[in-house]
Design a binder for this molecule. Structure first.
Ligand SMILES: C[S@@+](CC[C@H](N)C(=O)[O-])C[C@H]1O[C@@H](n2cnc3c(N)ncnc32)[C@H](O)[C@@H]1O
Length: 249
């Protein structure tokens, strides 16, 4: 799994039409949710920060941010991207299932965004991660998870998900994913077809990973089991459903 993101790290920004615009937009949206749900929050922990999309966004909004991820290549890139944007973030490599063991407590908000949690392939693994996130929080602190809504996705084999075309430094990239389901797990193959517009040379970068197509309602239940109160699903506040839960005071 971490090999998938280690290979993806240099290309990850291409998933977005304009990564910097997405950082700014996500920063607006996430800080609005945090201010509404847990006003006066200062310390934020992102347990699946990747190359830093949300961690950088929240640091630029004035939060004190720590970010970790399983992929060391992504963390390396996140450090470079944060520093070039003058965002001060403490980055480290860690598994979200060991978030408390690694980071300790004292955080006001713990986040895991962009469908990271479904990389954990069983309910038990997700519950373990949620319990660790719970332990990282101060009393009254909040957990914010964003995920795909698998209830509205087709299931089967050979499902193609186009991601569009990106132009960068005289190169054209065509991005698409192929999904192959077995029951409620699926293998995702991500293709980046890179064409040099000057030489017409073409190469394809291919990466594979597995996901658990866990429903939002199951995640809600697991957050409750991990000790969170006031667990709710928020729609239309982010580009995918958001789950919030609070640690009792
Ligand atoms: C779709 S990416 C999202 C990254 C980032 N939040 C963003 O939006 O740019 C999913 C991330 O989850 C991370 N991840 C998967 N399993 C993990 C685990 N057990 N612990 C920590 N990070 C994990 C991956 O390495 C990857 O960076």
């Amino acid at each position: 799994m971490d090999d998938f993101y280690d290979c993806l790290a240099p290309l990850y920004h291409l998933i977005y039409q304009d990564w910097d615009a997405s950082i700014a937009h996500q920063g607006e949206q996430l800080s609005r949710i945090i201010q509404t749900e847990w006003p006066s929050s200062v310390r934020v922990l992102d347990v699946s920060c990747g190359i830093g999309t949300q961690a950088i966004a929240l640091a630029l909004k004035g939060y004190s941010v720590a970010g970790s991820d399983l992929s060391s290549a992504e963390i390396e890139r996140a450090r470079r991207e944060a520093s070039s944007r003058r965002a001060e973030i403490s980055f480290s490599v860690s598994d979200m299932r060991k978030a408390f063991d690694h980071h300790g407590d004292g955080f006001d908000v713990v986040i895991s965004a962009d469908n990271s949690v479904p990389h954990l392939l069983t309910n038990d693994e997700i519950l373990l991660a949620f319990k660790q996130m719970h332990a990282c929080l101060c009393p009254g602190g909040g957990c914010l998870i964003t995920v795909r809504d698998y209830e509205v996705e087709d299931r089967g084999r050979d499902i193609v998900k186009p991601y569009g075309v990106r132009l960068q430094e005289k190169k054209r990239y065509v991005l698409f994913q192929v999904w192959d389901f077995e029951a409620d797990r699926y293998e995702l193959t991500f293709f980046f077809v890179e064409e040099d517009l000057q030489t017409r040379h073409v190469q394809t970068h291919v990466m594979r990973s597995r996901y658990y197509a866990v429903s939002v309602s199951k995640l809600r239940e697991l957050l409750g089991e991990a000790g969170f109160t006031h667990v709710r699903r928020l729609d239309d506040v982010f580009y995918q459903p958001v789950l919030v839960g609070t640690k009792a005071k």
